[in-house]
Design a protein around this ligand. Structure first.
Ligand code: EPZ
Length: 432
């Protein structure tokens, strides 16, 4: 069993380089299924969600070659079936993008219901299916498998009842080769939506409006394999910004798009953190003794990201005064709060709202990472806590953060990953 062990209290100092965006890469990789050709994708983060997506695509017949640690060559010429019977698909949410891509290429798909981080019950796919249906596909759920098929996909107007990243991606993928024009209204505007649209357009698609709430997809007959580079990860960058603030450090974060980080920058400045912005980097530092409490509400982009909610909650738990964090995207994303409480945080949760009474210091404890961003929040808490924090169930963290241990160590953190022998009699920790 692997765990992360942190001796807290060190201020993070130095430079860190951000990897490619997980949530863009997990959309672009299945999007390559739309062509029968070879695509080379650069700036792919080296994380376990990508390994899993590649395994699923390989089982479907795609030939995937790692050109180097962050570049993949994906040959989809031998993908002949629109039926995906791979069990792995249940382990990640984004695997459901395969449905839109197969529908776009073969006019049919049969794909298991997806998995992913659990934010309180089943994550719905009604908006995905609403979009496929509007394009003329028949959709039915049978034995945990979603079947979609159509004689011919025809562009249509689709108004999303909720702003959904996943539904926006899946409808874009299905519509790219449909006849006529598809209009997605109330579309998600996240940077990864724009990145996917740019990728599709480079392949020969005609997608406009990505980044606004109306996306128009004019169907095209043919797409081509291309070389493409994924954008930097907005949430990884935000996580290091918050970690720098929580440890009252001084960190320069390289390979970022500052525009994508505006809501995080604005909130940290409100808290009293200093931020200097350059074209592709941010310096984040604290030069005062006390930060200032604040309220945060998460919203779809360009609002404050829900994927930064646990990390900012961890930061605010040591800021004097009462802060309120409201979750505006997911029904239940405060499951990790009881872990922060073990570390001395004073947080009460009422539905989609957390009330935080800042304490002076957190104390190291043994905690478990219930999901990816919650894991990042526990690392943030451990970095600024007194004493030793042990984080269990770290596979969630490795789903989305490339080399997080090495990156934090290079900033001066006292953090390591250890492997414990599962046999308690033999439980000798081996530092990696
Ligand atoms: C994406 O998930 C991200 N995942 C999530 O990041 C992120 O939290 C989320 O968007 C919101 O920004 C990927 O990009 C792979 P949604 P997704 O569809 O697409 C409701 C991380 O940590 N909804 O935008 O699954 C849904 O219940 C992950 O990197 C419907 O009602 O999220 C939620 O309340 C975790 N019906 C809201 O919309 C639907 O058909 C937003 O969900 C679809 C969604």
């Amino acid at each position: 069993m692997e765990k992360i062990i942190i001796s807290g209290g060190k201020k993070l100092k130095g430079d860190v380089t951000i990897s490619g965006a997980k949530n863009a890469a997990v959309a672009v990789i299945p999007a390559t299924l739309l062509v029968s050709d070879i695509c080379r994708i650069e700036n792919i983060p080296s994380i376990s969600d990508i390994t899993l997506m590649c395994k699923i695509m390989s089982e479907m017949g795609a030939n995937i070659r790692m050109v180097n640690k962050n570049t993949l060559e994906i040959d989809t010429r031998k993908v002949a079936s629109a039926v995906v019977s791979c069990d792995l698909i249940r382990n990640m949410r984004a695997s459901f993008y395969i449905t839109g891509a197969l529908l776009g290429r073969f006019s049919k798909a049969a794909v298991s219901l997806p998995g992913g981080c659990n934010f309180g019950g089943i994550r719905p796919i009604d908006q995905h299916l609403k979009g496929f249906t509007a394009l003329g596909a028949n959709c039915k759920l049978d034995g945990g498998v979603v079947h979609v098929s159509s004689e011919k996909l025809i562009g249509n107007n689709i108004y999303l009842d909720v702003v959904s990243v996943g539904a926006t991606v899946n409808i874009m993928l299905a519509a790219v080769k449909a006849d006529g024009c598809t209009v997605i209204e109330n579309a998600a505007k996240e940077p990864h939506i724009v990145d996917l649209a740019n990728f599709l357009n480079c392949m020969g698609a005609n997608v406009c409006g990505a980044g606004t709430d109306i996306i128009k997809v004019h169907g095209v007959k043919k797409l081509n394999g291309i070389t493409y580079s994924i954008i930097p990860d907005q949430i990884e960058a935000g996580t290091y910004m918050v970690a720098a603030a929580a440890t009252k450090g001084d960190v320069t974060i390289n390979n970022v798009t500052p525009k994508h980080l505006e809501s995080i920058t604005a909130k940290l400045e409100e808290i009293g953190v200093s931020i200097e912005e350059k074209d592709e980097s941010l310096r984040v530092y604290v030069n005062k003794d006390h930060l200032i409490r604040c309220n945060v509400k998460t919203l779809p982009y360009p609002g404050f990201p829900t994927d930064m909610q646990p990390q900012i909650t961890a930061l605010l738990s040591t800021v004097n005064g009462t802060s309120i964090v409201s979750e505006g995207v997911w029904d239940n994303r405060f499951g990790y709060v009881e872990e922060l409480r073990r570390m001395g945080a004073q947080i009460s949760v009422d539905g989609k709202m957390a009330v935080i009474e800042g304490v002076q210091r957190l104390k190291g404890a043994t905690v478990r990472a219930p999901d990816l961003r919650a894991g990042a929040a526990l690392i943030t808490a451990g970095l600024c806590a007194d004493g030793t924090t042990i984080i269990e169930e770290i596979s969630h963290i490795e789903r989305g953060y490339e080399n997080i241990i090495e990156k934090l160590r290079s900033l001066g953190a006292n953090i390591k990953k250890v492997t414990f022998d599962d046999d308690p009699i033999n439980s000798v920790a081996k530092a990696l």
